[in-house]
Write a protein that binds this ligand. Sequence first.
Ligand SMILES: *Cc1c(COP(=O)(O)O)cnc(C)c1O
Length: 429
Amino acid sequence: MIYKRSSELFASAQKVIPGGVNSPVRAFKAVGGDPVFIKEAKGAYIYDEDGNQLIDYINSWGPLILGHAHPPVIDALVERAEKGTSFGTPTELETKIAELAVKMVPNIDKIRMVNSGTEACMSAVRLARGFSGKEKIIKFAGCYHGHSDSFLIQAGSGAVTFGTPNSPGVTQGTAKDTLLATYNDLESVKQLIEANKDEIACLIIEPVPGNMGCIPPKEGFLQGLRELCDANNILLIFDEVMTGFRLAPGGVQQRLGINADIVCFGKVIGGGLPVGAFAARDEIMDYLAPVGSVYQAGTLSGNPLAMAAGLAMLQELNDRPAIYESIDKKTEYLHNGMEKVLEENNIAHTINRMGSMISVHFSEEPVVDFASAANAASNGKFNTFFHSLLENGIYIAPSAFETWFITEALSYEDLDKTIAAVGKAAKAL
Ligand SMILES: *Cc1c(COP(=O)(O)O)cnc(C)c1O
């Protein structure tokens, strides 16, 4: 494939945008080469500026669970845009999407809309601190909760890909309030709680991480966290920015039957527009201004365009629950197909999957936490794999630490093409 125009566009972009991208994960820095510039997309396919058609497994990093330019979402957007894009006043749309979200997701009474997953997680932690009167938080190495200061400590995919797990610019004062645990390791959490008795406001976690590849929780791990939080008066925050409305209509809480105290959303909830949200039971949410004293705000929060796209997306998912079974089956099919061709070619690998999230790691060791994900990524095989797939029209994230997102738009023919490309890539490894 030829990527001439993409490379020219990248050269121009680098002159006026740092690194030529508005979010570091879009650069190909980890895998080498120039990023592909996309012109348009429809369903399972993206089309780049050189006219190449690619089968897309990024899907805007998760939001587009029904594929690109999904008609009900686009129709809702077009209809709303003509009536004005933002008023800075309450609108009925905001209540409608909130009602639907509260109906779909277990354990939440109220939800507040923001503009990104970063904002959702940042605000959720402020709320937890305000509610509990305590200051420290626990996060897990390799989990990503957006780019606000408290979270840029061992922050998974983007941050790790570029070798800045602890970003300059985060003060030591902030960093000292973020305690770091190991995913799938309850003992690491117990030790932190023991050493910081009565100081921990909340524990924030990707209940099924997708930012160090996809990592399913070990049996009893999330339940164990729930019990530790209850016993020590710590709020449990599920960052479901990636998993919310994806692993089930009610996210991981519903799929695995574990209750969180505060839940963060992003990605799917915006239907491809910039939306985040955080939600909890009344008792907690009523600490937020203007009812309570924890301040949180946003000029464009809940704007009608974003709400129209989000509402159309949630309505589709709520009305057609069979979608979940369908995307899970497609993901399983892809998993089995890739497993087969990698085995035929004697490539050491581990494939992790839950629902419609899947990741391929080039190591035989189980990938259960950040250390094992990093170990599997360290042999550099992923880069060869990535470029071989791209050469054959398959677009996965340019990092060994990212999940592939399966959408309902993918056909079994697309999956077969992908498996064939993985077989070719295996020969190149
Ligand atoms: C993407 C992501 C975020 C950040 O969301 P943005 O909209 O990029 O700010 C937070 N948490 C998780 C789990 C994510 O996957």
